[in-house]
Design a protein around this ligand. Structure first.
Ligand code: NAI
Length: 328
């Protein structure tokens, strides 16, 4: 029987993976801890290690996995920036490239609406019987220019929704999809043009060497005053020191983050009773025009089910055929 060590396991993971595992009968051991070089020793005797976005499969960890006899590293997510792919050795690394682009795109729109119309403030107020509108002024999204960075599956879903709002879309991607461009009706531009013209900027590209900290002092300086920045991709796309600085100068109108540069220690965990704090995160949380969710964009019923079924199927394919369509 194939044995799976499942890291960073939450109750909702266990529920959905146990349900889908009835079709596979793997032996799954759930670990609450994240995978890293310190916890990698737990993988001894397992065939597969299953990880999520904040587990760290660096070269040292991968080496331990290989020494422990692990054959497959199964990512139950799309992004793989947390895996040192160059140093995977003989380990097969599989992922779930697509589970629900709609889940993430819809969440990005949710963040945008929430910041623009200050819904989080309204909620706090009306609960206290404060029905005043002072400080809640937003703007019509209709007619605004939206800059989308990354027009892959999620970027496309986001563009389709934003078209429905009556916005003018401009986009940047290293690899243009001209068929989709014609079909959806938007313009590909270079990054500087996007920064200069967009009222709202949403990040949907992967974290790579080229995109790491692409949103920084310089790029923000090129943006419109009052720009809204949405990041549902990866925290390290933004230089947080620079973001905080530019927010403090009043340059940025609003920020919606589902991911954060140093989220590993905090996101997806209840830290409310802990004294551990992150300075930038605390500053951002205290800003009136910043709204943060905890890497929740993927978190829909449909996405969770697809993640579980595809992860288990990837493992089956690897063990039955020695390869898999979703292998890196
Ligand atoms: P995808 O692979 O379908 O699309 C990524 C797009 O980015 C591609 O069109 C690619 O050409 C483009 N790209 C690559 N390098 C670029 C660069 N330097 N500049 C501009 N564009 C570039 O990926 P998908 O499914 O759309 O996901 C995008 C990202 O969203 C993932 O890499 C992941 O980091 C993030 N994500 C976040 C989730 C969350 O819960 N917050 C859940 C799922 C994904």
């Amino acid at each position: 029987m194939i044995k799976i060590a499942f890291f960073d396991a939450k109750n909702y993971d266990k529920e959905v993976f146990n349900k889908h595992n009835k079709d596979y009968n793997y032996e799954i051991t759930y670990f609450e801890s994240k995978l890293n070089s310190e916890t990698a020793h737990l993988t001894k005797g397992f065939d597969v290690v299953c990880i999520f976005v904040n587990d760290k499969a660096d070269a040292e960890t991968l080496k331990i996995l290989e020494e422990n006899g692990v054959k497959v590293l199964a990512l139950r997510c799309a992004g793989f920036n947390n895996v040192d792919v160059e140093n995977r050795g003989k380990l097969k690394v599989v992922r779930v490239p697509q589970y629900s682009p709609y889940a993430v795109a819809e969440h990005a729109v949710g963040l945008l609406l929430c910041i623009n119309r200050k819904l989080y403030k309204s909620y706090q107020r009306t609960r206290k019987y404060n029905f005043s509108l002072d400080g809640l002024l937003g703007f019509d999204i209709h007619g605004k220019t939206v800059g989308v960075i990354g027009t892959g599956r999620i970027g496309k879903a986001f563009i389709n929704i934003m078209k429905g709002f009556g916005t003018n879309i401009i986009a940047y991607d290293m690899y243009k999809d001209e068929n989709f461009q014609k079909e959806a009706g938007f313009e590909y531009v270079d990054l500087d043009t996007l920064y200069k013209n967009a009222d709202i900027i949403s990040l949907h590209c992967p974290l790579t060497k080229e995109t790491e900290r692409m949103i920084n002092k310089d790029s923000i300086s090129k943006m419109k005053d009052g720009v809204m920045i949405i990041n549902c991709s990866r925290g390290k796309l933004i230089n947080t020191d620079d973001l905080v600085e530019k927010l403090s100068e009043g340059k940025i109108g609003g920020v919606g983050l589902d991911v954060y540069e140093d989220e590993e220690e905090f996101f997806l965990r209840d830290m409310s009773n802990s004294y551990v704090r992150d300075k930038n995160l605390s500053i951002l949380l205290s800003m009136p025009n910043v709204f943060i969710t905890s890497h929740q964009a993927f978190f829909t019923r449909e996405a969770l089910n697809k993640i579980a079924s595809d992860t288990l199927e990837n493992i089956k394919e690897e063990f039955e055929t020695g390869t898999c369509a979703n292998e890196l």
